[in-house]
Design a protein around this ligand. Structure first.
Ligand SMILES: [Zn+2]
Length: 293
């Protein structure tokens, strides 16, 4: 059994229900989530990265309560998601002020609480172009990254615009070694992932089990080939559950799916244990600055 696992892209609570006009997209099922997190603990998980940020239901009290009642360490995030989920303040404030908000979340604490943000993200883009407001968020994120040294974690829509995100951040002198690209496997193109990895970023396989986006067999094969080619230091994983119906009690795959279903799949096609340790344990700890025992 692998111990000391970190899930790198989750939403302990999130609310996209208004924009999506679907109440299922309000994930606020505290007791059910708690139950699943306790099960994760039994399966060797110790940390969760929550990438819910400003405007999509970030709730520091909720997360702190979850942390307290499960004993899992939960890291929180700052920044803004993507259009049409950006709150008014992204329009109203200038880039410097947006950056300062992120910096304050990282240095002082979120919403007046003593819990600080550890990540900038998930900041995102859509399918075709990065909009002006999204650029404003990425610009502020680059400033905040330079000031604080934290990682930026991004959302790509079905894997699109990965290079465009990196070009934009690179032009603003952001550190691409401290960038995690989300959802890029969904473009279903291994060469594309390789070309992104060559720019120094982490690639996150973070929608594991969402077969409607991409079958897990393909995800597993990508991971196997990338590990064999020497990229295991740059890969991380998560399930990215965002809906009530994703939880096990409601008929979804549940958080444990990654460990109970996907890991056996990886092992079956010959992904070595040493690579799994890197992806699930060592790489996240390096990103989080947690020392190995
Ligand atoms: Zn997400």
């Amino acid at each position: 059994m692998i111990k000391d696992i970190t899930y790198m892209h989750e939403h302990v609570t999130i609310d996209l229900s208004k924009e999506k006009n679907n109440i299922d997209c309000k994930l606020d099922s505290f007791e059910e989530t708690k139950k699943e997190f306790l099960r994760l603990k039994e399966l060797g998980v110790t940390r969760i990265v929550d990438v819910t940020n400003i405007g999509i239901g970030r709730n520091v009290d909720y997360v702190m309560k979850m942390e307290e009642s499960t004993g899992l360490k939960i890291y929180m995030s700052t920044g803004y998601y993507k259009e049409p989920f950006l709150p008014k303040e992204v329009e109203e404030l200038n880039v410097e002020k947006l950056a300062q908000k992120m910096i304050d979340d990282i240095r002082i604490g979120i919403d007046g609480k003593k819990k600080c943000a550890t990540f900038i993200g998930e900041i995102g883009t859509g399918f075709k172009v990065i909009t002006e407001l999204e650029k404003k968020v990425f610009h502020a994120a680059a400033i905040a990254q330079k000031a604080t040294g934290v990682f930026i974690t991004t959302h790509t829509s079905l894997g699109k615009l990965g290079h465009e995100q990196l070009d934009f951040l690179e032009n603003l002198k952001a550190d691409l070694n401290k960038v995690i690209l989300g959802h890029t496997a969904l473009a279903n193109n291994l060469d594309y992932i390789r070309s992104l990895l060559k720019r120094g970023v982490y690639i996150e396989f973070d929608t594991i089990g969402k077969d409607s986006y991409l079958p897990d067999e393909i995800r597993a094969q990508f991971i196997k080939e990338l590990c064999d080619e020497g990229w295991s230091d740059k890969i991380i994983m998560s399930v990215d559950l965002t809906r009530k119906s994703h939880l096990k009690t409601n008929g979804g795959i549940g958080y444990a799916y990654l460990i109970e279903n996907f890991l056996p799949m990886l092992r079956k096609i010959g992904v070595q244990e040493v690579f799994l340790e890197k992806i699930l344990v060592e790489n996240p700890k390096k990103i989080l600055g947690v020392r190995s025992k």
